[in-house]
Design a protein around this ligand. Structure first.
Ligand code: ADP
Ligand code: MG
Length: 619
């Protein structure tokens, strides 16, 4: 009888291995984004078509690859990040199995363009079914662009297994969000079917969190920051009022990599004990850094589960750090925060600690341990305590975990991506039949179901216009009214170049401006809802503002334009408004995605809740 055992051909072996790493479009997204971050990029753009089923492309401005490396990168176990087994334990960069690109190449049609800054020409590679089908030099930008088309085109069983576009897109947004949170210093964008849905300017950690979780978090984050010899923990937890009935926004990063840990999650929950309802979940974004030899991230193929050398210490540390932060917040509610002191004054302090709880928190063992710095390793192992605090943690771990983490980002999804139509409820309802009141021609008072709002008309209108122009700039072009008497505009030479550059963007938001030679332009049309008359001034002002756009964060051209236009066109404080105008303003404000702040973070309204008012009057 003939022998029957055969070696699998390479491409089949690769496909099988790929199954571990690339389970769905989102897994490829994660690997490509991490590679770009590992390559030292400062700008990373992700493009997907059909939720990644048709195309996933990542463009970075990182260090690029040499011709040989470009080819090597797709071999299995090809990595520039590990040389020997010790490295495995030392490594701090994120991807380190040398499997991702090989896996991607096994299950998709891959095109790579890459160039190192020092090389004149880059390399173009086409790979299909693990085979290089084309390789040639190419002129391209420094950095790397990888696109993978038709994921699982050669593994129909897997392709058929993919979920709806909406579901796959949610997974992609999850992964995108996690990588973006881990690298606030990197610019990230996500464009889906040609529409940019995330545009995250580089900034600090708090800015990034607010960009992603929404500006309503701005005044509601408590910073956590403890350093010891053994480990550091930093990041933010949401104030108790941000706790949700569904698993909230909960993110843990260990050595800058997103992980899921029911155990650590329990540590945070327990720190919130008695501050939030039993069945609700606190929000947090926490980063733990510790000696990489103390963790083994590789235990799980998709690398989200993690093993700590000594997880009890980590548990105690996380719990204590969060408790400490919360205790500080309750004693000194105005700690840390940079923005919106008014709003903070209303909401933040609305649930103060009772003295009893405060005392209990600050007299606990763990709290004391951390009031002296660098003491994490001295936490005594009190068996009694461990039992009481640890016995329930398993209950938190349920298989539904993964589902609920996907749900959680739904809220952070830009509206156009949401599957279920209406956007998240703020719970705020302006009463329809009560008259509005204008104060000092600046503020509008509107009754709500639970109190009243003090709306700042100019700031509110700025938010409305910002979102309207934003949509226009990203595809939904605004209606233009043709001018009966086109106005000519003459500008300085340097401004002419700038204006020419802006013409397409201006058109998107409704300004039809055409070059007329010799630094002159003709304004042929203006947005349908702008009163004719001062269009010339508007454009001049725009150029001026645009030039002096003063902000250390760099925005894209469109973003700047949209911001300038919104600020410029907003009705001003001091202008009298009719009932009708006020009503439209307030109603439009609350159809916005982020009604409560201007693009620059000032509050657009203050909310006075009945219970707050009652308390003010000692009721
Ligand atoms: P790993 O990231 O585990 O090393 P990958 O298969 O993801 O394995 O990548 C293989 C190698 O290809 C990396 O080690 C790196 O040297 C190179 N590489 C991948 N993506 C990029 C990129 N965007 N820019 C520069 N080099 C890259
Ligand atoms: Mg990698």
């Amino acid at each position: 009888m003939a022998d029957i055992i055969q070696l699998l051909p390479d491409n089949i072996a690769n496909q099988i291995a790929a199954g571990e790493v690339i389970q769905r479009p989102a897994s490829a997204v994660k690997e490509l984004l991490e590679n770009a971050a590992d390559a030292g990029a400062t700008e990373i753009r992700l493009f997907v078509t059909d939720a990644g089923k048709a195309l996933i492309q990542v463009i970075d401005n990182g260090r690029g690859m040499s011709e040989t490396d470009a080819r090597m990168a797709f071999e299995r176990h090809a990595t520039s990040k590990i040389r020997n087994i010790e490295d495995l334990f030392r490594i701090k960069t994120m991807g380190f199995r040398g499997e991702a690109l090989a896996s991607v190449a096994a299950v998709a049609q891959v095109e790579l363009k890459t160039r190192r800054a020092e090389d004149e020409l880059g390399t173009y590679l086409e790979i299909e079914n693990s085979k290089v089908v084309k390789q040639e030099p190419c002129a391209c930008a420094a950095g790397t662009s990888i696109s993978m088309k038709n994921l699982f085109f050669n593994v129909p069983a897997r392709r058929n297994f993919l979920k709806s576009n909406a579901a796959e897109m949610r997974h992609i947004v999850d992964e995108f969000t996690r990588v973006a949170m881990a690298f606030p210093g990197i610019f990230f964008s996500l464009t889906s079917n040609g529409q940019e849905v995330f545009h995250l300017e580089a900034g600090n950690l708090k800015q990034r969190i607010v960009q992603i979780l929404g500006s309503s978090y701005n005044a509601k984050l408590v910073s956590v920051n403890e350093e010891t010899d053994y480990m550091n923990i930093y990041g933010f937890v949401g104030k108790p009022e941000t706790a949700r009935k569904t698993r909230g926004d909960q993110y843990f990063f260990v050595n800058n990599r997103f992980i899921k840990s029911a155990y650590l999650n329990h540590a945070v929950n327990s720190a919130f004990e008695e501050m939030i309802a039993k069945d609700s979940f606190p929000s947090y974004v926490l980063y733990i850094d510790l000696d990489p030899s103390q963790v083994d991230i590789n235990v799980h193929p998709t690398k989200q589960e993690i093993k700590f050398e000594d997880e009890k210490i980590i548990y105690a540390f996380v719990q204590a750090a969060v408790k400490h932060a919360l205790a500080q917040f309750s004693i000194a509610p105005s700690l840390d925060f940079t923005l919106n002191p008014e709003i903070q004054g209303l909401d933040a302090v609305s649930k103060p600690f009772t003295t009893d709880k405060k005392d209990a928190a600050s007299s606990s063992n763990l709290f004391k341990t951390f009031t002296q710095k660098n003491q994490a390793h001295f936490i005594e192992r009190n068996d009694q305590r461990e039992k009481s605090e640890l016995k329930h943690w398993k209950e938190f771990y349920n298989p539904a975990d993964t589902e609920s983490t996907t749900q959680q980002t739904e809220r952070a999804l830009p509206q156009q991506l949401q599957t279920s139509g209406p956007k998240p409820q703020t719970g705020l309802r302006v009463l329809p039949d009560t008259p509005l009141l204008q104060l000092h021609n600046t503020y509008i008072i509107a009754s709500t179901n639970s109190g009243f709002l003090l709306v700042h008309q100019q700031l509110a209108h700025e938010r409305i216009l910002y979102e309207r122009y934003g949509l226009a700039a990203h595809g939904q072009q605004m209606a233009t009214q043709q001018s009966l008497f086109p106005v000519t505009l003459e500008v300085a030479g340097s401004d002419a170049a700038l204006l020419t550059d802006l013409l397409p963007d201006l058109l998107a938001i409704g300004y039809q401006v055409e070059p007329f030679g010799n630094n002159s332009f003709v304004i042929q049309g203006i947005p349908a809802d702008v009163l004719p008359g001062n269009e010339k001034h508007a454009i001049e002002l725009l150029i001026e503002q645009f030039k002096h756009f003063s902000s250390d964060i760099k925005f894209s051209k469109r973003e700047k334009l949209v911001r300038c236009m919104a600020r410029q066109q907003a009705i001003k404080a001091g202008q009298a408004l009719t009932q009708k105008e006020m009503l439209v303003l307030v109603e439009e404000l609350f159809t916005c995605n982020s009604p409560n702040v201007t693009p620059t973070g000032s509050p657009t309204y203050l909310e006075f809740k009945e219970d707050y008012l009652d308390r003010m009057f000692g009721r």
